[in-house]
Design a protein around this ligand. Structure first.
Ligand code: NAD
Ligand code: TYD
Length: 350
């Protein structure tokens, strides 16, 4: 039986990837390797946790010996690497956590894969999941492509850029069979409410201020998380070794317009007069080094591998809001504990 080891499978995107692989590949053993940080939650996977091909390993990728032991136990044929510290604001207050997990943790995984596959690289695959933020910021025009030079601006994007470079270097130097994808902003169910969309949904439900950084004219390209999971499966199955693929939604929104739309959709669902939630919008101090605009040209993955998004923003956002309304217990559980302390510190001086 083949084994695919997915890191970060208890997180937002990772849980959708694990579910997809467990269901679509019943004859493959799927090992979810995750340290269960504040962002990891096994409740995201209750619907697949009893599947015969699903396994969980609680391992911290900063711990090389623990990774080696896990690789010795499961002998993975492939790695899909999502585990990371993923929030830009946290990287501004604690950059070393991002170096330790995103850079050192990735190199630990590369070393373990290189050692395990030393005699036979054929048929193996190390797939590294990255972000469009490694390319830096766009002005009003243009798109990121696979040819765009790296120019990361935040400690988060610098750590992801560094990990991308290590993955590429292990391909060039040791012949490790690698593939990389760089995706735009995801949204959807199970998104931790420190990121824009779920934070706004949570605050609307709580009747709390909706903090917009700066003038709100910053632009992101939003992709529904299950479309990203489908793209990851496509790249995993069909991508060429040594190649990178840009993944995006062709769906750019300025933050302020997106939050206003969300407010109106939430008012309709909650049967409140239109405009109620927009009244909570509050402009706050800007994020330092805030990237103006991200936008992906996803032509290569469409042309070469046949992937394109299935959801429109309208359908994806409706599914997302409905999921949060139906999963109040999940939202309550992830916002108890240390969440409030993080929130108070992050927005205290706003
Ligand atoms: P997330 O923060 O929701 O989840 C991260 C997961 O990694 C959690 O389950 C956490 O427990 C685990 N983890 C963190 N540190 C770990 C460690 N030291 N050892 C083992 N596990 C650890 O992140 P996400 O938003 O799902 O992002 C997943 C990946 O996709 C990341 O690599 C991120 O850079 C990339 N990405 C995210 C987006 C996005 O919009 N969220 C877009 C493009 C790329
Ligand atoms: P975020 O979800 O943190 O993703 P990223 O920074 O990785 O793109 O933020 C998306 C955009 O929303 C970004 O321009 C910052 C902005 N933002 C706010 O205006 N207020 C907030 O409270 C948060 C969390 C983000």
């Amino acid at each position: 039986m083949k084994t695919i080891l997915i890191t970060g499978g208890a997180g937002f995107i990772g849980s959708h990837v694990v579910r997809r692989f467990v269901r679509n590949h019943p004859d493959t053993r799927i090992v979810n390797l995750d340290a269960l940080t504040y962002a990891g939650n096994l409740e995201n996977l209750v619907d697949v946790q009893d599947a015969p091909n699903y396994h969980f390993a609680k391992v911290d990728i900063r711990d090389a010996a623990a990774i080696e032991a896990c690789f010795a136990q499961y002998q993975p044929d492939a790695i899909i690497h999502l585990a990371a510290e993923s929030h830009v604001d946290r990287s501004i207050t604690d950059p070393m956590a991002f170096v330790e997990t995103n850079v050192n943790g990735t190199v630990n995984l590369l070393n373990a894969a290189k050692a395990l596959w030393a005699d036979q690289m054929e048929g193996k695959r190390f797939y590294h999941i990255s972000t469009d933020e490694v390319f830096g910021a766009l002005g009003a025009e243009g798109f990121f492509t696979e040819e765009t030079a790296y120019s990361p601006n935040s400690p988060y994007s610098a750590s992801k850029a560094s990990s991308d470079h290590f993955v590429r270097a292990y391909h060039e130097t040791y012949g490790l069979p690698v593939v990389i994808s760089n995706c735009s902003n995801n949204y959807g169910p199970n998104h931790f409410p420190e990121k824009l969309i779920p934070l706004m949904i949570h605050n609307i439900l709580e009747g709390k201020p909706l903090p917009i950084y700066g003038d709100g004219k910053y632009t992101r390209d939003w992709l529904y998380v299950e479309d990203h999971a489908a793209a990851i499966e496509t790249v995993f199955l069909k991508g060429q070794n040594g190649e990178t693929y840009c993944i995006g939604g062709w769906n750019e929104w300025q933050n302020i317009d997106l939050v206003r739309l969300l407010c109106d959709l939430m008012d309709a669902r909650l049967e409140k007069p239109v405009g109620t939630s927009q009244g909570l919008i509050t402009f706050v101090k800007d994020r330092p080094g805030h990237d103006l605009r991200y936008a992906i040209d996803a032509t290569k993955i469409h042309r070469e591998l046949g992937w394109k998004p299935a959801e429109t923003f309208e359908t994806g956002l409706a599914k997302t809001i409905d999921w949060y309304l139906a999963n109040a217990a999940w939202l309550k559980s992830v916002t108890s504990g240390t969440y409030q302390a993080y929130y108070d510190a992050q927005y205290a001086s706003a």
